[in-house]
Design a protein around this ligand. Structure first.
Ligand SMILES: Cc1cc2nc3c(=O)[nH]c(=O)nc-3n(C[C@H](O)[C@H](O)[C@H](O)COP(=O)(O)OP(=O)(O)OC[C@H]3O[C@@H](n4cnc5c(N)ncnc54)[C@H](O)[C@@H]3O)c2cc1C
Ligand code: FES
Length: 273
């Protein structure tokens, strides 16, 4: 008899870090499989389950090159994500996956990589960023443009401070705050302000839908072609394996064929995302 594809691996939560406090709380969880688990590629996701509460699809934000743990950064929105936020270190969760396609990282060797993130949208591209840093010398220049609504909403604060010693990192908040010395305004405006060159550059854009659309417009205004821009589509999902039809764009199953798309590919699909 074949294995049940819905059966999760058991994983222990080995660390929990509060990234953002308050109503729109974000926590980063590191987990270790009790069995062999699985390996993943940059951009893939996993269904996390809390027994008796349900499942949520979450991007794997750690690099595949880091084998000690699997990392997830989770915004508290509803039933399952609240249950995940209530966990304590040492708890057991279910993890099934890996699901979806991946960023075509190997095809970007020698190219500059521009990471563009908004809010929790830094998580899906963080695995690529960490991988590019670990595979030193294989890529061109790395840079990050990242924005959050307020300084309190910025994720990976410690990691960003460290990143600033290694590559250009341009952080913004939407509205001015006392003591804030970096850019004030939306991510799309910060892109136009910093004017990254499209020459031999691939841009990875992740965040809320409005931030993705406006940021891509800024990139196109700067001369980026549709095939130089990659993003992720986060349609609601249930099965994660192309069975339930919950995540479709036209006849496309985002859980199998996505969530990673180039902007050129997305233009060919019905505008339902
Ligand atoms: C491919 C993919 C990757 C994702 N990666 C991450 C991640 O790295 N970190 C993270 O915090 N979240 C991520 N999400 C979103 C996450 O799956 C949902 O927030 C979560 O499933 C909500 O579950 P819940 O039971 O807590 O909320 P529910 O009680 O089910 O819903 C609470 C509210 O959130 C809305 N909602 C639920 N799912 C989505 C969705 N997919 N898009 C927009 N609104 C939604 C509901 O309509 C409702 O208003 C991802 C989703 C997808 C499809
Ligand atoms: S989530 Fe079920 S088909 Fe994609």
């Amino acid at each position: 008899m074949s294995a049940n594809v819905y059966l999760p691996h058991l994983a222990r939560v080995v660390s929990i870090k509060e990234e953002v406090p308050g109503l729109r709380s974000i926590k980063t969880f590191r987990t270790q499989f009790l069995d062999g688990g699985f390996t993943h590629l940059c951009g893939q996701c996993a269904m996390l389950s809390i027994f008796g509460r349900g499942e949520s699809m979450i991007s794997i934000s750690s690099s595949p090159l880091v084998q000690d743990y699997l990392q997830f950064s989770i915004l508290k929105t509803g039933r399952v994500t609240t249950a995940l936020h209530d966990l304590e270190e040492g708890s057991l969760i279910g993890v099934r996956g890996p699901y979806g396609n991946a960023f075509p990282v190997d095809s970007w060797k020698g190219r500059n990589l521009l990471f563009v993130g908004g809010g929790i949208g830094l998580a899906p591209i963080w695995s690529v960023l960490q991988t590019a840093l670990l595979r030193k010398g294989e890529f061109g220049d790395l840079s990050l443009v990242y924005g959050a609504r307020t300084s309190a909403d910025i994720v990976y604060k410690d990691e960003l401070a460290d990143l600033k010693t290694k590559m250009p990192v341009h952080v913004s908040i939407d509205v001015a705050e006392p003591g804030w010395k970096e850019f004030v305004g939306f991510v799309a405006q910060n892109i136009l302000d910093k004017k990254p060159s499209p020459d031999r550059t691939t841009a990875l854009v992740c965040g809320p839908p409005i931030m993705i659309k406006t940021s891509i417009k800024s990139l196109k205004d700067l001369g980026f072609g549709d095939d130089q821009i990659y993003t992720t589509v986060e349609n609601k999902m249930k099965c994660g394996i192309g069975k339930c039809g919950r995540c479709n764009i036209g006849r496309h199953y985002v859980c199998k064929d996505g969530p990673v798309y180039s902007w050129a590919e997305l233009q060919k699909l019905p505008q339902e995302y």
